[in-house]
Design a protein. Structure first.
Lengths: 263, 293
């Protein structure tokens, strides 16, 4: 474990229209480690990831990625991140090859390396055959594989995943999960928000968020011992013990806020 | 560019080219948009042009179709730019823009690529009416066409920027219909595209004389002979036309293609050169505001 964390957030907070969506959040992640963010709807998972990936400006606290501040040094931070959003961030009129070439330009992959790194990414995504077909006709699994290969193309130091398996069929989920597992085994630092608690089981540490606050942060085993009283319990038992059984009907806070702006 | 002076880091030619290519490639794969450009041209230039032209006969020595040809080009540029800009509404929530915004690519270059892409699509869409020029009897010259392309690029660039600023304030795509009516149509109608500011209109007889004689008369600044009506817009309407930047760009195109203009050409050139820069600054600023408040 290296001494300087790849991710270090302190007292991070964000309000939307007077409501605290994330408050006083402190997290850190070492190189090569994985951290899963879990929590009920409206817990602030997506808002947290948006702030850590420089897409949303925090209004309290600080966060650093690789020692760079996410607000003041956003550009350096962006160079270190590979990001997979909840929904595909693709132009469906484009082909995988065009998508990857565009990404290479955005991330300043040296010109002489572009052809090779596009070929490698297509190979890794298993999309060599489909490389020149518009994405429009692709399955959810194919799109995710393309996006994962794209997120890794510029050799990021931290991979950020927001519910990466959402909307995938079991085969697609299994495949993506195998890919993410392999990356972790190779020492890639991974930060992931998820609803699928079984996915978080294998992570080094799990952070449980509720109503914008961190309610627990530890290894899955320690969480189970402390909150479910039984190391054989599931994360779901821990989750329900900590966040209760009441349904959460709050609307997603980020959606309207990213679209509508206050003067 | 003003940016290069402020921050040389903001200009990355690879990013500009990559974003531009995405815009143009997407357009070339969108048959509906190309079809829209052709159908608008047929509707306005051919059907309205010949239909209303039968009544009006001549405007300043041009048939109505000839007179509105540059206007129909403007209409196509308007649609293309607004469509390109409003694609951002979807792009920002469900599309590629999110990935672009978390990349280290400088925002000014992303904006420049987007606006240049919208402008290029505008030039292609705006050139569709040019294909009908022989049908309506407008002779095309290489310098004339090049000048028209330059003006359409300037117009498309500026309009895409304005569209980007508007699009980033929209909640959803439901606003597109009202905005296309509320932005495109006023800009089109109030640019002098389909009626002259002032001029001689009617069954004058200029069109009945041989082409060579017409050309000679136009060289002397004579655009009408015989009898017609002198028309002049109401003052308030003329005032609106004169503050609409599109009017000046349209006037430059009409000058390039027909050799006829109604507004001061020096001012028109200044508008065509200056408006895109202002628009670029506004669009870059708007994109930079995403997620900040």
């Amino acid at each position: 474990m290296s001494s300087a964390p790849i991710l270090d957030a302190r007292g991070l907070g964000r309000r939307f229209g007077g409501r605290e969506v994330v408050a006083g959040l402190s997290l850190s992640l070492q190189e090569g480690q994985s951290l899963a963010l879990i929590g009920p709807n409206g817990a602030g998972k997506s808002t947290t990831l948006a702030m850590l990936t420089t897409a949303l400006r925090p209004d309290a606290g600080t966060a650093q990625v690789g020692g760079f501040d996410v607000v003041r040094q956003a550009r350096q931070v962006r160079g270190l991140l590979g990001v997979l959003f909840q929904e595909p961030a693709l132009d469906e009129r484009m082909t995988p090859r065009e998508t990857l070439r565009l990404h290479a330009a955005l991330h300043r992959v040296p010109r002489r390396d572009v052809a090779a790194s596009v070929a490698d990414a297509l190979e890794a995504a298993g999309l060599v055959e489909a490389a020149d077909r518009p994405i429009r006709g692709f399955s959810g699994g194919m799109k995710r594989r393309l996006e994962l290969a794209r997120a890794l193309m510029h050799a990021p130091r931290l991979l950020v995943l927001d519910e990466p398996t959402l909307g995938l069929d079991p085969q697609g989920r299994l495949d993506l999960w195998g890919r993410i597992g392999a990356l972790r085994a190779r020492g890639m630092a991974v930060l992931m928000a998820t609803h699928v608690l079984t996915e978080a089981e294998s992570f080094d540490r799990v952070a449980i968020l509720d109503r914008g606050r961190l309610v627990a942060l530890d290894t899955p085993e320690a969480l189970k011992r402390a909150h479910a009283g039984d190391p054989a319990a599931s994360l779901e038992d821990v989750f329900l013990a900590l966040t209760g059984r009441a349904l959460r009907d709050e609307a997603h806070p980020l959606r309207p806020a990213l679209v509508r702006r206050r003067a | 560019m003003i940016w290069a002076a402020v921050n040389p880091d903001a200009i990355d030619p690879r990013v500009i080219a990559a974003i531009w290519r995405r815009e143009v490639t997407g357009y070339l794969r969108d048959r509906a948009q190309i079809f829209g450009g052709v159908s608008r041209t047929v509707l306005w230039l051919v059907i309205l042009g010949f239909g209303l032209g039968a009544t009006l006969r001549e405007i300043e020595g041009y048939t109505y179709s000839q007179y509105i040809l540059p206007g129909v080009m403007v209409l196509n540029v308007l649609f293309a730019s607004m469509q390109s800009a409003f694609a951002l509404v979807y792009d920002r929530r469900h599309g590629l823009l999110r990935q672009v915004l978390v990349s280290p690519a400088p925002l000014a270059s992303v904006t420049l690529g987007k606006l240049a892409g919208g402008a290029s699509v505008g030039v292609i869409q705006g050139s569709i009416p040019l294909l009908f020029a022989p049908l309506v009897g407008v002779p095309l010259s290489l310098p004339g066409v090049l000048a028209a392309w330059a003006v359409m690029f300037s117009m498309g660039f500026a309009l895409t920027g304005v569209g980007v600023v508007i699009a980033l304030r929209l909640k959803g795509l439901q606003g597109f219909g009202s905005l296309s009516n509320g932005v495109i149509q006023p800009l089109y109608f109030l640019s002098g595209s389909i009626f002259p500011l002032k001029g001689i209109v009617g069954g004058i007889g200029f069109l009945d004389i041989p082409q060579s004689l017409r050309d000679q008369l136009r060289d002397h600044g004579i655009y009408a002979i015989g009898g017609g009506w002198v028309v002049e817009l109401p003052l308030w309407l003329e005032a609106i036309v004169r503050v609409n930047p599109i009017s000046y760009q349209l006037d430059l195109m009409r000058s390039a293609l027909l050799g006829f203009h109604q507004l001061p050409q020096g001012l028109a050139l200044a508008v065509a050169a200056g408006v895109p820069l202002v628009s670029l600054a506004a669009a870059t600023w708007s994109l930079g505001r995403i997620g900040k408040d």
